[in-house]
Design a protein around this ligand. Structure first.
Ligand code: CTP
Ligand code: MG
Length: 225
């Protein structure tokens, strides 16, 4: 089953504190952005990538795509102020239907096997998202005082990729925009339509490069592979 990737890369990486878009930071002499793109470049089932970028980073990204021979990027669209807007711009730029995968450019360690399962489940059921089980005990609290403990059996830490039948994602995204609803992932937009979203168990190494310590973990993962 083939798919197209919508990849938001238009953030500014505030929490990484590099002073520029963290996706240009290198792991093993290669920008994070390129590591992530290479996963899809090398996947025969990936038909193409729509990348949301910051307008003033267009030239830099185009030259990186050339330098690292990334050929599957079909469109570079201007991202939005929020991640959701960046993904929405990708969605609008795609008109081929089928299965689409939303994947953060900041998650370079996604496994091909998880991608394949997500695509399969989304094709059969409409929506599938990657997640891992919570390892720690989780509590909710008010002003630093515990109010209760959450049943960990039902808790999942959600990642990207998130896979959808295109028409469903398009409808969810358009409706969120019309209603000024801002979610933290695309699944939320589909959930509010009342549509079921299935979880595909992913791995703990599919980390998002967010803060400095994630880079240390990232370097270690690359060494291990
Ligand atoms: N992203 C985007 N458009 C935005 C904000 C984020 O395309 N307006 C992208 C980022 O480039 C990243 C992904 O969404 O690939 C996940 O976002 P996050 O990890 O939060 O990255 P940043 O927003 O860049 O980082 P921070 O929140 O620390 O500023
Ligand atoms: Mg952010």
């Amino acid at each position: 089953m083939n798919y197209t990737v919508m990849m938001p890369a238009a953030g500014s990486g505030q929490r990484m504190g590099a002073g520029y878009n963290k996706l240009f930071l290198e792991l093993d002499d290669k920008p994070i952005l390129i590591h992530t793109l290479e996963v899809f470049e090398g996947d025969p089932s990936c038909d193409g990538i729509i990348l949301a970028i910051k307008p003033d980073e267009r030239a830099k990204i185009q030259s990186l795509l050339e330098r690292f021979t990334i050929k599957k990027v079909k469109a570079l669209v201007n991202g939005g102020e929020e991640r959701q807007g960046s993904v929405a711009a990708c969605i609008r730029a795609h008109d081929a239907g089928g299965i689409v995968l939303v994947h953060d450019a900041a998650r370079p360690f996604i496994r091909r096997s998880v991608i394949a399962e997500l695509v399969e489940v989304a094709d059969g059921h409409g929506a599938a998202i990657a997640g891992v089980r919570a390892k720690d005990t989780m509590k909710y609290a008010q002003a630093g005082v515990v109010e209760g403990t959450v049943d960990r059996e039902k808790l999942w830490i959600i990642q990207t990729p998130q896979a959808f039948q295109y028409d469903l994602l398009r409808q969810a995204s358009d409706q969120a925009q019309a209603e000024d609803f801002l979610g933290t992932d695309e699944s939320m937009l589909v959930e509010r339509l009342g549509e079921p979203v299935r979880i595909v168990e992913s791995s703990y190494d599919n980390v998002k490069m967010t803060t400095q310590e994630d880079l240390v973990f990232g370097e270690a993962l690359l060494k291990r592979r």
